[in-house]
Design a protein around this ligand. Structure first.
Ligand SMILES: *[C@@H]1O[C@H](CO)[C@@H](O)[C@H](O)[C@H]1NC(C)=O
Ligand SMILES: *[C@@H]1O[C@H](CO)[C@@H](O)[C@H](O)[C@H]1NC(C)=O
Length: 517
């Protein structure tokens, strides 16, 4: 038997549910992009995103095959755009304000700066642009400063790979873990100079402890759910405060003192300015190691590709200087990579196409009609998931959702890489990631240094691609759910060689060829 209380409760739930349902549909205009069938009004999207991460959006696209659809969250409308034609129109429209949470709001939110600093930086950004992005553009987008930063990073990489990959070991190691460590040392060392706070293993460990908390900073009450991450963040804050107090930045890459001085002149206190390095760190460290991991995985797991990459890398060995007693010195100029190693670059491009999960975000400035038929309401957020484009069979053919190492060997494949309507791992137009050349240079160098010196074999005997269900929605590259245990051995054929890895002057123009925003 039901008690009265049960009945009242059931009635209450029915009324709330029905009310939400009616409200949802009555506030959804027929001219807006279609709303996929709803089970729990307003809560489907947050639950779906929590459960499936970026796959939530990809699965909806697969299931309903809509060029654009609406998601309703509490207090927020999202329009998710899938069709290339609509993306083209949106990129051409200037009245859709660009909303870049990853560079400003996102940075402010998770770096832990106080309200005052946040307000100041927001208003400064509104009048003079985001000083961080402006500086990264100035120093890392192209030209001699990009070469300087890359050169320092390559020097550090060569040394750290020798130690980490070359360490004689009996046991297996995790491939991602070892890459992550080397790349972190190289990138942060090149940017922060000899006093790099991350050279301290405790600060490096604190960064590792902080990263899993980022999702909580975005979606929940961090004080309750991310204590460990917040404590780790405080340790990093302290390390950077000390770094600036003792003048470590005077020996850093020019970008760091410039941003720091700008912040100080604007009245931001030293400890607050130090906190902002969290944003620089995240920009530098979030996706490079993961990309290098997937690239190495795809190369090493295909013997034919591996051999081809190594044959092309042999072309970079420009000088075989005098033989010392019993060893030969080989100088490898990594700045020739982009010119002489098309297989490796194509593998990187296919890796980015296949894996990248970057979501471009824009905010609708005022009510507008897209392509003459879709009403987009003011203040809604437009999401363009890169995966929807990269896995679109209409663009990439029936095999769009599989990794194909030959895909980009054709001129047709190469052509698709030239347009951000078919290939957009770094975003598009003015919000394209300004650090991508630096990060790509260093990542490719790491893979080259490793492939030339070492053989990597999966400990389990067979390469198996890990799943990525648990990857974070905020990250442009999804991390594998589990690392791959590998065994690393020096390549026998080159054991007697002394390698010297350099970044010469052959990088040519990395300048951006086109702007499509
Ligand atoms: C890789 O992609 C870039 C576009 O980001 C393109 O310019 C380049 O030609 C591609 N290279 C190869 C070998 O696929
Ligand atoms: C936008 O359109 C909606 C629905 O058509 C309307 O209720 C709202 O007032 C409009 N807002 C503006 C700012 O025009």
């Amino acid at each position: 038997m039901f008690s009265i209380l049960d009945l009242v409760f059931v009635a209450f739930v029915a009324v709330v549910y029905g009310g939400a349902y009616v409200f949802l549909y009555s506030t959804q205009s027929k001219r807006e992009p279609r709303l996929p069938p709803t089970v729990i009004p307003y809560l489907d999207p947050p639950i779906g995103i929590a459960k499936e991460k970026v796959n939530y959006l990809v699965n909806l696209r697969m299931k309903y095959k809509l060029p654009i659809f609406t998601l309703r969250m509490p207090f927020q409308r999202l329009y998710v755009v899938n069709a290339a034609e609509l993306i083209r129109i949106i990129q051409a429209k200037t009245n859709l304000g660009t909303f870049v949470p990853n560079l400003l709001d996102f940075g402010l939110l998770f770096s832990g700066v106080n309200k005052e600093t946040q307000e100041f930086l927001r208003s400064a950004a509104a009048t003079q642009g985001n000083s961080f992005t402006v500086s990264v553009h100035k120093f890392l987008a192209q030209g001699p400063t990009l070469q300087v930063a890359t050169r320092t990073a390559v020097d550090r990489l060569a040394a750290s790979v020798r130690n980490s990959f070359g360490l004689p070991r009996i046991n297996q190691v995790g491939l991602l873990e070892i890459i992550r460590h080397d790349l972190m040392r190289a990138l942060t060392g090149a940017i922060y100079g000899p006093e790099n706070p991350y050279d301290d293993p405790e600060v490096e460990a604190s960064w590792q402890a902080f990263v899993p908390g980022i999702t909580h900073l975005l979606y929940s009450v961090p004080r309750l759910t991310a204590r460990k991450a917040l404590r780790a963040r405080s340790r990093i804050h302290i390390a950077f405060t000390k770094y600036f107090e003792t003048g470590g930045h005077h020996q850093a890459f020019a970008m760091i003192p410039e941003i720091f001085e700008w912040n100080r002149r604007s009245g931001i206190s030293l400890p607050e300015a130090a906190k902002l390095e969290m944003a620089t760190s995240l920009a530098m460290l979030s996706s490079g190691a993961i990309t290098a991991f997937w690239l190495l995985f795809h190369i090493c797991s295909n013997p034919e590709v591996l051999e081809q990459c190594r044959a092309e890398l042999a072309e970079l060995v420009s000088t075989k200087t005098e033989s010392t007693a019993d060893a030969q010195v080989k100088v490898v100029d990594l700045s020739l990579l982009k010119k002489k190693c098309p297989t490796m670059i194509a593998m990187l491009n296919e890796t980015l196409r296949y894996h990248s999960t970057l979501i471009n975000i824009k905010k609708v400035d005022h009510n507008t009609t897209l392509a003459g038929q879709y009403l987009l309401k003011k203040d809604a957020i437009i999401m363009i998931p890169g995966t929807a484009v990269h896995h679109d069979p209409e663009i990439w053919g029936p095999s769009a959702t599989t990794f194909d190492h030959r895909r980009l060997a054709t001129s047709e494949g190469q052509k698709k890489l030239q347009s951000t309507l078919s290939f957009r791992p770094f975003g598009a137009g003015s919000t394209m990631c300004p650090g991508r050349h630096f990060s790509t240079n260093v990542m490719l160098s790491l893979v080259a240094i490793v492939l030339l010196q070492f053989d990597i074999k999966p400990a389990e005997g067979r390469w198996v691609m890990p799943t990525k269900w648990k990857a974070d929605l905020w990250n442009a590259m999804p991390k594998p759910d589990a690392d791959i245990p590998v065994r690393i051995n020096p390549r026998e054929s080159v054991q007697a060689v002394h390698w010297k890895f350099v970044w010469g002057d052959n990088a040519g123009q990395d300048a951006d060829a086109k702007q499509e925003d």
